[in-house]
Design a protein. Structure first.
Length: 309
């Protein structure tokens, strides 16, 4: 499904996003060709999979207040807040961790606040139950009639929107790889790819839950399994937004080699995983591997951001 024409006209996303081959001897020595699918260039405020996942959800919201969920460094919260600013609708971000309510805002949440998002902090037990009727009813009593979009933007509409990513890569690669948080991008990417192609997801969180989530999203969006996909869960580096000196050194080196600013939460783990898998012989000689670059490093925080709690 294509994105809504009115949103295209207002936001002017750059789609299809560029696909560029890069030469890296760590891949070339195994006969593997590496391509970067530059979804980070789609839109300066709604980069990558955020545009693809939000477009149909925003159409469904039809200008109503959008309420959604995320952690303290959520790219999804930032993209939703930016969309609200650009399109003129109110946004509410339900943030995991009530202890954050009394601390200075980090750069990610400061950006949300500067874009007009009302931040509502909840304790971690409540956040884990965010999809329960009791929690949702409590939020509706606070904020009135809202369009609820789940954490990470991943629902059936998001998966439908991400099929365009797969279609853009149809015939252009053998493996399309993407870092995964909540599974919506992988669910749609796999569904949009052509025969003989496969999608590879690299989870950035621990827990082993993501396979079930992708299966659920594909059932809701497409009626059942769609496309050839798999997960490799070895590259979470301790969990979401966590890193190690090894990962940081790899990301800095990749930046030096290719002049690409590497986003650390998702993209660094994806590129590290593909480099390691290539060394293991996971890709056949001659394979074309596309890495979906889903975001850019954080911008500096605004100087005067305030927040309504």
């Amino acid at each position: 499904m294509n994105s809504p024409p009115r949103l295209d006209a207002l936001l002017r996303p750059r789609v299809p996003s560029p696909l560029r081959e890069v030469h890296d001897e760590r891949f070339a020595r195994h006969g593997v060709r590496l391509f970067l699918k530059r979804d980070d260039l789609i839109h300066p405020d709604l980069p990558g999979n955020k545009w693809r996942k939000l477009a149909l959800n925003l159409k469904a919201a039809a200008g109503r207040t959008v309420l959604t969920f995320g952690g303290a460094y959520s790219n999804h919260l930032r993209a939703t807040a930016a969309a609200g600013r650009l399109l003129g609708f109110p946004t509410v971000g339900v943030v995991r961790g009530d202890e954050l309510a009394h601390r200075p805002l980090n750069p990610s949440l400061a950006r949300c606040a500067s874009d007009g998002m009302r931040l509502h902090f909840v304790d971690r037990t409540t956040y884990r139950a965010k999809a329960s009727p009791e929690v949702l009813e409590g939020l509706l009593s606070l904020f009135g009639e809202v369009e609820v979009i789940p954490e990470g933007g991943s629902n059936a509409l998001a998966a439908e929107g991400c099929t365009a990513l797969g279609r853009e890569l149809a015939g252009a690669c053998d493996v399309a790889a993407v870092a995964c948080g909540t599974g919506g991008t992988l669910a749609g990417l796999a569904a949009g790819l052509g025969p003989g192609q496969r999608a590879l997801g690299i989870p950035v969180l621990r827990g082993g839950f993501l396979g079930r989530e992708v299966e659920r999203l594909q059932r809701e969006a497409f009626g059942g399994p769609s496309g050839n996909w798999s997960l490799d869960e070895r590259f979470a580096f301790g969990g979401y937004a966590r890193s190690t000196p090894e990962l940081e050194a790899f990301a800095a080196d990749f930046e030096d080699r290719h002049g690409l600013p590497v986003e650390r939460v998702y993209v660094a783990k994806l590129l590290f995983a593909l480099t390691a898998l290539t060394a293991e012989g996971a890709f056949a000689p001659g394979a074309r591997v596309s890495a979906v670059i889903t975001g850019t490093p954080d911008a500096p925080p605004p100087q005067d951001a305030s927040v309504s709690r």
